[in-house]
Design a protein around this ligand. Structure first.
Ligand code: FAD
Length: 307
């Protein structure tokens, strides 16, 4: 029951101010968001890739209120890509982007987000890598998919995310499972109403398997975004049945969550990409991580008590 309460708090400005300002929050945040600047995160990228892992980099932030903030976000990604160029990692380091950070919710936001994300996709392609568009709440998805389709005309490898908890997603998966598409399947991290999304975890898990089968049997490149051990073994089995080789799909997990499993899957010969978020506006991202596993609150609470 705590998950939905934490998700509601993730959209509250008052809670944002309270939690962001508390000095005790920082050590807990660091577990999930290992840096606030490019300088802090570059050594993390080097460390992860030296261990045989790949990364997808996310500059944290969402719900911006001015077009200038969207420009700053675009520039933050361009600065990151410039640093990645020096590391020569190619597609081993890709980008994940939330279109809300690029202005999607502002007036004229669809065009604004497209105008801001395009240079990032171009810069990524110029260093041999790609961008994946994250999925946010359901009201943003038609715009996200339209931007994805537009970007794919010039950059067919641009990826997108679909969420198993939404009723619409099986149809989206069928539409997206074409040749050259890159699709990350996740369970879904937002608070969604019963009109559009499964409310029970078991239903979402069943949908995840149905949708993953569509992606594995399709012609695209499935990216399995989950830490769930059961779904990971089902994914391996579905890949085997679909005759996919290890470089024809990949696993993705979040930085700071089940890190041993990242290394285990990579050691078994799987492609394993670690979603690594960094930046100063970490509140929304952090709160979704707490909501996914309310036991994280104990960790948070303990660090407050021991101060
Ligand atoms: P769960 O059943 O939630 O978790 C399985 C196990 O993983 C848990 O038992 C626990 O051991 C561990 N675990 C999971 N979450 C946590 C946590 N926060 N802290 C500690 N342990 C944890 N969602 C979106 O809506 N849009 C996106 O664009 C998006 N991108 C993502 C990208 C990646 C690479 C990943 C891995 C997830 C992404 N998510 C996104 C989040 C996703 O929707 C889920 O909320 C999240 O992955 C938890 O679901 P799970 O599949 O790991 O399964």
């Amino acid at each position: 029951m705590l998950g939905p309460v934490i998700l509601a708090a993730s959209r509250s400005d008052r809670m944002r101010r309270l939690i962001s300002a508390a000095p005790v929050t920082k050590p807990v945040v660091d577990r999930f968001i290992p840096g606030e600047s490019v300088d802090q995160v570059v050594p993390i990228i080097q460390d992860l890739t030296a261990k045989g892992l790949e990364v997808t980099m996310d500059v944290v932030g969402e719900d911006i209120t001015t077009p200038e903030q969207a420009t700053l976000a675009r520039d933050a990604y361009l600065e990151l890509i410039d640093r990645l160029k020096q590391l020569e990692l190619g597609e081993r380091a890709e980008m994940s982007v939330k279109l809300s950070l690029f202005g999607q919710a502002l007036p004229g936001g669809h065009e604004l987000a497209l105008a801001n994300v395009r240079p990032v996709v171009e810069a990524a392609a110029a260093i041999g890598t790609t961008v994946t568009l994250d999925a946010e709440d359901h009201t943003t998805l038609d715009s996200m998919f339209a931007i994805h389709e537009e970007l794919r005309k010039d950059f067919p490898e641009t990826g997108c995310v679909i969420q198993a908890y939404l009723f619409r997603t099986e149809a989206d998966a069928r539409r997206l499972a074409d040749s050259g598409s890159r699709v990350r399947l996740v369970k879904g991290a937002y608070k969604e109403p019963a009109e559009v999304a499964y409310q029970q975890k078991a239903e979402t898990d069943k949908a995840y398997v149905r949708i993953l089968r569509i992606l594995m049997e399709g012609e695209g490149y499935p990216m399995i975004g989950s830490h769930d051990p059961r779904l990971i073994s089902i994914a391996q089995e579905l890949a085997r049945r679909a005759g996919r080789k290890p470089d024809e799909y990949e696993f993705q997990m979040l930085y700071g969550i089940r890190s041993d499993e990242h290394l285990r899957l990579a050691a078994e010969g799987h492609r394993m990409r670690v979603y690594t978020a960094y930046g100063t506006d970490w509140y929304g991202y952090f709160m979704r991580r707490l909501a996914e596993k309310p036991a994280n609150l104990l960790f948070f609470g303990r660090s407050i008590l021991t101060k």
